[in-house]
Design a protein around this ligand. Structure first.
Ligand SMILES: *Cc1c(COP(=O)(O)O)cnc(C)c1O
Length: 361
């Protein structure tokens, strides 16, 4: 006789997993500037490569993503053995947590920052240690250093930070890396590095070369405009890179994702021109907001952060009514605000009209 039915026993840690709030889809006629997506569609050379690969979809992908890894190794002058690819850099980040932290271990990250960090930490059963941003919406690296204990296994530094756009500079990040214990891993999440124009912001790949405890995370989702295909990668020394290969979902990166990523690397000059245009529009958006009287942190990414506190929800609703969907955060908190992606120029215009009506004068 079977025991009284209680349903399958799930891991209790799942009760503590926060839900991911994805950027809302835009209704017809509205613009979605809520997910930091690239407003440009894939390049013709990329869609051609995709079309050619579609006929092979009865086959499994290349298990090791050898061609993509070779292309990345050549592009970034790193050994192929130091590269691990995954289903978006969120997928790779989850592999990193699985490889480093379980129950009883701690994962340190800034807060507010990328909302996947607390989720993947909780799924792994580890304890999240969020460290508040400073008053300028920047990572507080001294406070993060102070938050490290002997249980800490992993630290995320989101550079530039999602959702505030702020970036840490070379000297402060190097000082932080030099001070952390050498038995824990520091991930520098550079999802938006192609949009950085501040020359004092370091390239994580320069930091990783001499530091076995640093892992750099990159993605094809933002500057490369392939968010729908789910491909990202990490660069780290052995044995970290090897651990990421072990924790990968077998065949997770599809053939079309591999092919499109390779074609995008080959078309980098064209894609960089688009990024340059978005950077110009970002800076113009920030300047227009400053002109309206807003204090906006300098963004090194493809979005800007507007702190609204108690008016966050009202502001987001006004944007929706004007036909632009923005991403709101902490609508009940003093630190609440909206993150606005640099998308179509018409979307920026609509957003700025709403912002003008709310401007602090
Ligand atoms: C968008 C983003 C990513 C990339 O996610 P993918 O899974 O590669 O699409 C990673 N980190 C941060 C901070 C992001 O904002």
């Amino acid at each position: 006789m079977l025991a009284r039915m209680t349903g399958p026993r799930l891991r209790p840690t799942l009760l503590g997993v926060p839900a991911y709030r994805a950027g809302l889809p835009a209704p017809a006629g509205a613009y979605k500037i809520s997910s930091n997506e690239n407003p440009y569609p894939p390049l013709p050379s990329v869609t051609a490569a995709l079309a050619a690969a579609v006929g092979q979809l009865n086959r499994y992908p290349d298990f090791a993503s050898d061609d993509l890894i070779a292309a990345l190794a050549a592009r970034y002058s790193v050994p192929a053995a130091h590269i691990a690819v995954g289903t978006g850099s969120v997928g790779v980040a989850q592999q990193i947590v699985q490889s480093t932290a379980g129950p009883g271990d701690e994962v340190v990250f800034a807060w507010r920052s990328f909302e996947a960090y607390p989720i993947i930490t909780a799924v792994s059963g580890a304890t999240a240690v969020p460290v508040p941003l400073d008053d300028d919406d920047r990572h507080d690296l001294p406070a993060m250093l102070a938050a490290i204990t002997e249980r800490t296994r992993l630290v995320f530094v989101c550079n530039p930070n999602n959702p505030t756009g702020t970036a840490v500079r070379r000297a402060e990040l190097e000082a932080f890396l030099d001070a952390v214990p050498d038995d824990l891993l520091v991930v520098v999440d550079e999802a938006y590095c192609e949009f950085i124009r501040d020359e004092q912001v370091p390239d994580g790949l320069d930091l990783y070369r001499d530091r076995p405890g640093v892992c750099v995370l990159r993605t094809f989702s933002k500057a490369y405009g392939l968010a729908g295909l789910r491909v990202g990668f990490a660069v780290a020394h052995e044995p970290v890179a090897e651990a990421l290969r072990k924790t990968a979902v077998p065949f997770g990166v599809s053939t079309i994702a591999q092919v499109a990523a390779i074609a995008s690397l080959a078309a980098e000059d064209e894609l960089r021109a688009r990024v340059e245009q978005l950077v110009k529009e970002r800076d113009a958006m920030a300047a227009a907001l400053a002109e309206q009287g807003w204090r906006v942190p300098v963004s090194e990414a493809n979005f800007v952060w507007l702190r609204l506190g108690a008016r966050t929800e009202e502001f987001a609703d006004a944007c929706a009514a004007a036909g632009v969907v923005v991403r709101s955060y902490g609508i009940t908190e003093a630190l609440g605000g909206v993150r606005v992606t640099v998308g179509e120029p018409e979307a920026t215009e609509r957003f700025l009209t709403v912002a003008a009506a709310f401007a602090p004068r």
